[in-house]
Write a protein that binds this ligand. Sequence first.
Ligand code: HEM
Length: 202
Amino acid sequence: MHFHDCFVRTRGFSWDVPAGRRDGRISLASETRDIPPPFFNLDQLTQSFANKGMTQEEMVTLSGAHSIGRAHCTSFSSRLYNFSTTSRQDPSLNPLYAAQLKQQCPRDPQGSIDPNLVVQMNTSPSLLDPSYYADIQVRRGLFTSDQALQTSPATVTLVNAYATNGVLWQSKFIQAMVKLSQIGVLTGSDGEIRSNCRVINS
Ligand code: HEM
């Protein structure tokens, strides 16, 4: 394995991934079925990562990627407006944060939400950093799946460790990303080795 070529870089930190992986020539949004839905609870999340050979600890570690990017309102709006029969708003969501999200994701008079509306995942959406874990501690996890990390002693311990020790999180995150990059690699003559990891060969 040669650790060079595909250099993944954000403003936060960067790492090398093993080069020479065979990838598919087709990438479809409709085929990203391996990503668990945002309403999964902790057991469901743990199981879906286990199905890919990833541990619960790695799942908690990789969830920190939600410190960057954006999400469509429709991915979490049930937490704001129609959570359950007893509580319209998810009680595990910080009320101030919920109020802010409702402003960003308003319902029209028919009760629907514009499917194109997006919000930032985090206050620093272009910086890959451990702020995700501090957000979780104050019930500012955007998805049910984010807040689910506060529902077991083992995952709470990890969230607390990562919130206070960013260097620990960063090193675990890099290890888990390298492991993740080795999952589902094509073999034999399937797919191709990309000369640029982001695009199919022309
Ligand atoms: C733990 C289970 C996970 C769930 C349930 C989940 C779910 C989601 C959902 C629903 C979105 C927003 C999609 C949208 O509304 O546009 C999202 C975005 C994102 N996820 Fe995850 N995810 C998970 C794990 C991961 C992992 C392991 C990574 C990477 C290591 C990751 C990185 C991202 C990034 C970077 C975005 C933002 C994308 C953008 O800005 O367009 N997620 N995730």
